[in-house]
Design a protein around this ligand. Structure first.
Ligand code: MN
Length: 280
């Protein structure tokens, strides 16, 4: 039942996405405050967004975050609650050639999440779920909070009360910082690839023929996706990392304070040197 909406929206003969195994759905792992699976999928569909998914009761509860998660605790990122996804979806990366969600899915982050409360269902019903993330890019304490009366589009218009608007907010801790994690670490956590790499892997012909004047040919829907990927102008992916991802992440997470310190030292340096010289 939990995956009914998910399945209704998709034709699995035409989509590479997993249909979802009900046995997995029923199994349901992670009770109480035990860690369980979470992931973020960067999804280039009608518009680019980030799908934030946390395992609960055998499915992935899902929110679409248009701007992506921010590790800056001053940011409140709109997160639209969407249909539950199968657990297996959490490893999915690839091209959806047509239909619902057509475009490219990149597994942008994954790891475990741990509820900071004993009763997740009660927290969800209340619209205030505090959680700890232990991913490669996202770490530390966060909150998903349902907005009340937020979402009025025009002045005088009644705010949407459909309960679908939430905010994803990073709590202030050692994993928070003024860095834009979506541009700092834009690539796949699974393949280290960009959207272009994922498309090139799955549909190389389409990639090479998508450009205007290249002769076209092939699948029109895929060509449209290729044009969208090309328009993103992604920076080229770095060669596969040899360092442990965890270490790379730790370096990334500590970058803001280090950068701040370095900048402060730079500013302070001339004064110190002058002082030193005048003394000499
Ligand atoms: Mn999506």
């Amino acid at each position: 039942m939990a995956l009914k909406t998910y399945r209704e929206k998709r034709n699995f003969n035409r989509s590479p996405e997993p249909a979802g195994d009900d046995a997995v759905v029923r199994a349901g792992q992670g009770k109480g405050r035990e860690p369980r699976f979470f992931c973020v999928q960067k999804h280039l569909a009608t518009a680019l967004h980030y799908d934030f998914r946390i395992e609960h009761d055998g499915v992935l509860l899902s929110w679409a975050v248009p701007k992506g998660p921010s590790i800056n605790s001053a940011d409140k990122r709109l997160a639209m609650h969407v249909e539950d996804h199968p657990i297996e979806y959490g490893e999915f990366e690839g091209v959806i050639p047509e239909g619902y969600g057509a475009g490219v899915v990149m597994l942008w982050d994954r790891g475990t999440w741990t509820p900071e409360v004993d009763d997740v269902d009660a927290a969800l019903a209340k619209g205030d779920l505090k959680l700890t993330l232990d991913g490669f890019k996202l770490k530390g304490s966060w909150v998903l909070v349902r907005t009340k009366g937020w979402g009025a589009r025009r002045p005088g218009e009644k705010p949407a009360e459909d309960g679908k608007s939430w905010l994803l907010i990073k709590h202030k801790d050692e994993w928070a910082g003024p860095i834009d994690i979506t541009t700092f670490a834009p690539n796949s956590v699974k393949s280290n690839g960009t959207f272009r790499d994922i498309l090139l892997q799955e549909a190389p012909d389409v990639w090479h023929s998508h450009r205007p004047g290249a002769g076209g040919g092939g699948d029109a829907a895929l060509r449209k996706i290729a044009e969208k990927v090309a328009a993103l102008d992604e920076p080229a992916a770095e060669p596969p990392r040899k360092a442990a991802p965890k270490k790379a992440q730790q370096a990334a997470a500590t970058a803001p304070p280090k950068a701040k310190k370095a900048a402060a030292a730079k500013k302070a340096a001339p004064t110190k040197k002058t002082a030193g010289r005048s003394k000499a």
